[in-house]
Ligand binder design. Structure first.
Ligand code: UGA
Length: 440
């Protein structure tokens, strides 16, 4: 069976390549000719472990193709996945659905009377009501088109996208008719065979499930971050609290790691969007609103924490930040706490030495290059003559930093570990002043 995927961003690319790996013939369509050229040469425009090898196999097996030509890509595809971007409009939580609606219009213009029933599936995270709007657009543009609309939100995480796609906890499918239900059952037959639950629901509920899931996870993170603050006040230890709380199977141990606040292109945007959906529907989501403000404040408070351990001022001090991506295993810096902290420290007059194994190029685009900022491809070089070293992203390599080399390189043996990666006793025994999250 042939399927088409419109949009070759994170979700589109991973879904397309994984469906090709499963055995479907996949046509990936994107308006960005540079991206399509890159993909046709076997390169991946994002950093995602394992994706390049999977692409190479799909190309070798002739299971995947990339094109900017929509009608060529859609031709003979029974299922069309829409995976275009849904950026945030302003800060009011509204999301910009123009790429989704323009894809719907383009699809409508490319369905001929002779073609079989098309299943049009939203994979992008879209607000409640988008599926119905897509239906209206297609009917209006092409009244004779035979089609169904489906909501099939994606739950993969950056950095572990392939594993998440191939072995999800569940698959959510919002449909309104039996033709779509049967097509989606076929699309996910190999997952059903692995006993992965597929939840069939109506379209609006499927759209809302995605926001509920992301917002609940964001709430867990914000909650444990606030508990970490309280632990600092009572001389407690967040590590033990997190472990003991998470071992209650009703709570679960995942997403209970305290840190500098959640970031990325999903949680911050989706939780705002959920709050907006509630307001539009005269419903109150007090918890969600509290999480938004808790997380926003946290990132700037982390910068204040750094200033306070630097004797109250970072003016003309040199600070090294290890880790710039919003989390490990990605080059994505969108809403990254490290970037917010960097901006705050720059405002307060600090000089920054920045290191990340993947995210330096994106950070250069965001922060620029000037006399106040230098970038490094080695963490020890980045630490040279700095007054403080900050760990802001939980890259695995930071677990094994050579602390003796760091101590020699830093002008002040001061570490602020915003991801609790180092062993406090070990670090302090080497003469460092060491601060972490949720303990003394
Ligand atoms: C998130 C969801 O986890 C995915 O299920 C979803 O598909 C995706 O959004 C999306 O909507 O596309 P992602 O943004 O890639 O995935 O990142 P997460 O691993 O969920 O982390 C989000 C943020 O929470 C990061 O800043 C991370 O550092 C932070 N976090 C996470 C913590 O601070 N502590 C934790 O214990 C877990």
């Amino acid at each position: 069976m042939k399927i088409a995927v419109i949009g070759s961003g994170y979700v589109g690319l991973v879904s397309g390549i994984c469906f090709a790996e499963i055995g479907f013939e996949v046509s990936c369509i994107d308006v960005d000719a540079n991206k399509i050229n890159l993909l046709n040469q076997g390169s991946i425009p994002i950093y995602e472990p394992g994706l390049k090898a999977l692409l190479a196999r799909a190309v070798k097996n002739k299971k995947i193709s990339f094109t900017t030509n929509l009608s060529e890509g859609l031709s003979k595809s029974a299922i069309i996945l829409i995976a275009v971007g849904t950026p945030q409009n302003e800060n009011n939580g509204n999301i910009d659905l123009s790429y989704i609606y323009s894809a719907a219009k383009d699809i409508a213009l490319n369905i001929s009377d002779q073609e079989c029933h098309k299943i049009i599936v939203t994979k992008s995270t879209v607000t409640v009501g988008t599926g119905q709007q897509i239906k209206r657009i297609i009917k209006e543009v092409n009244p004779s088109a035979k089609f169904s609309v489906v909501s099939n939100p994606e739950f993969l995480r950056e950095g572990s996208a392939i594993e998440d796609f191939m072995n999800p906890d569940r698959i959510v499918v919002g449909t309104e008719d039996i033709i779509a239900k049967e097509a989606m059952t076929m699309l996910y037959s190999s997952f059903l065979a692995k006993q992965i639950p597929v939840i069939f629901t109506d379209i609006a509920t499927a759209e809302l499930i995605k926001y509920a899931a992301n917002s609940f996870l964001a709430t867990k993170v914000a909650f444990i971050n606030e508990m970490a603050d309280l632990c600092e006040k009572i001389n407690g230890n967040i590590k033990d609290l997190s472990l003991a709380t998470g071992l209650d199977s009703r709570i679960g141990s995942k997403f209970l790691n305290p840190g500098p606040g959640f970031g990325g292109s999903c949680f911050p945007k989706d939780i705002l969007a959920l709050s907006h959906i509630a307001k539009e529907n005269n419903s109150q989501l007090a918890i969600v609103d509290a999480v938004i403000s808790s997380n926003n404040n946290r990132k700037t408070r982390m910068a204040e924490k750094i200033v306070s351990v630097c004797e109250g001022s970072v003016t003309d001090k040199t600070i090294t930040i290890l880790g710039l991506a919003f989390k490990a295993n990605t080059d994505d810096i969108r809403y990254s706490p490290a970037i917010v902290i960097a901006k705050e420290l720059l405002k307060k007059g600090a000089k920054l030495r920045l290191y990340d194994q993947e995210a330096v190029a994106n950070t250069k685009k965001e922060l620029g290059e000037n006399s106040q900022i230098s970038y490094f491809s080695d963490p020890y070089e980045a630490a040279q003559s700095s007054h403080a070293l900050i760990i802001a992203t939980e890259w695995k390599e930071f677990h094994n930093l050579d602390l003796k080399v760091l101590k020699n390189n830093l002008s002040d043996p001061l570490i602020v570990d915003l991801r609790n990666m180092l062993n406090p006793e070990k670090v302090r025994s080497l003469g460092f002043r060491y601060f972490f999250i949720g303990g003394k």
